[in-house]
Ligand binder design. Structure first.
Ligand SMILES: C[S@@+](CC[C@H](N)C(=O)[O-])C[C@H]1O[C@@H](n2cnc3c(N)ncnc32)[C@H](O)[C@@H]1O
Length: 326
């Protein structure tokens, strides 16, 4: 078997077109796959299946597959677009396809070890679920929305679909994330989602008469030894970027605008390290806000990693904050 070489160069020009073709094929075959955590993915692969038996094995579990699974012509076209690569006598996918309801969201292959890997996983499912539950509670539909750290774009796509009259700016510092979001939004048939290379809100201009009504984010919240952009949150225990997003959103939201933030909150001796930083910022800005734990214990295996010696748990939390109206 030849080694798998994962390119981290920008996607080939035919990338989006080839993804449309692949998505059509997956849909026609009734493809379903829910992306799991890296730890679960590793455990499932350790069971020892070495060759894909179906499309979910090839594009969900990222197992090598034989040419017969897709046929010679399709394999050649996908290889030309850097979506699959030669692997021994067969092929291996350089990306994964996840089900999000009836949609397909393409994102990086397992294992996501490259510095520019594009994240999609259980946090994405919790994040879009919380958005869908919260959107109907807003007093007025937002007209200008910015997602900070769009990754593969699931939240921008859910918002863009729900708010067809809104402009949705999907921002990220990772060009590969922007390429995946653009392709996934195009697959969803959306014209109101546009991608923007931006560190937090720095590249989002203050258009006259078009202030930001809604900021969304599911930022990295781990202490990642490799400092990968999709994973590393910085700060004492990974909460640094989430707090920077709170500050950035409060500084830029229109009067009455809303921040929806999903993150992982590290607890040290029963004290929520994210909340202790965020509450004074929210109260200081006069916000009305709601905070809840969606799951008391996520990514427990991380507590064995350096930097977590005093962390008891990481909770998945959901913050909705409204800045005061004018
Ligand atoms: C955990 S992923 C979440 C992706 C997506 N929102 C989702 O829920 O699936 C976090 C994303 O934030 C991006 N990111 C990290 N730091 C950022 C920053 N300073 N400004 C904008 N995006 C950032 C990463 O590149 C990554 O795509």
């Amino acid at each position: 078997m030849s080694a798998l070489i994962v390119p981290s160069a920008p996607p080939a020009p035919s990338f989006e077109h080839a993804l449309h073709e692949l998505a059509a094929l997956l849909r026609a075959a009734g493809y379903r796959f829910h992306t799991v955590t890296p730890a679960t993915h590793r455990r499932v692969l350790a069971r020892g299946v070495h060759l894909a038996r179906d499309l979910a094995d090839a594009f969900g579990w990222n197992l090598p597959f034989a040419t017969a699974l897709l046929g010679e012509a399709r394999c050649a076209a996908l290889a030309a677009a850097a979506i699959i690569v030669r692997h021994g006598d067969g092929w291996k996918a350089l990306l994964r396809a996840a089900s999000l309801g009836e949609r397909i969201i393409f994102h990086s292959a397992y294992p996501t070890e490259q510095h520019d890997a594009v994240f999609f996983g259980p946090d994405s499912y919790r994040f879009v679920g919380a958005i869908a539950r919260t959107l109907p509670t807003l007093a007025a539909p937002p007209r200008r929305v910015v997602e900070i750290g769009c990754g593969a774009g699931p939240a921008a796509i859910v918002i863009g679909t729900a708010l067809q009259d809104a402009e949705v700016i999907a921002a990220d510092i990772n060009p590969r994330a922007l390429a995946f979001t653009a392709a996934n939004a195009s697959l969803a048939g959306l014209k109101n989602v546009r991608t923007l290379h931006s560190d937090l809100l720095s590249a989002v201009t203050d258009d006259a008469g078009r202030p930001i009504d809604l900021v969304l984010a599911n930022p990295p919240y781990m202490l990642d030894a490799g400092a990968r952009a999709y994973r590393h949150g910085g700060g004492g225990h990974g909460e640094g970027l989430a707090l920077a997003i709170v500050r950035s959103a409060l500084a830029r939201l229109a009067p009455g605008g809303t921040l929806m933030l999903y993150t992982g909150a590290p607890f040290v001796r029963q004290r929520d390290q994210f909340l202790e930083g965020a509450a004074p910022l929210l109260d200081g800005a006069g916000c009305r806000w709601h905070y809840e734990e969606l799951d008391p214990d996520v990514f427990g295996e991380e507590l064995e990693q350096p930097g977590y010696a005093d962390v008891e748990r990481i909770a998945a939390v959901w913050l909705v904050a409204q800045v005061p109206p004018a």
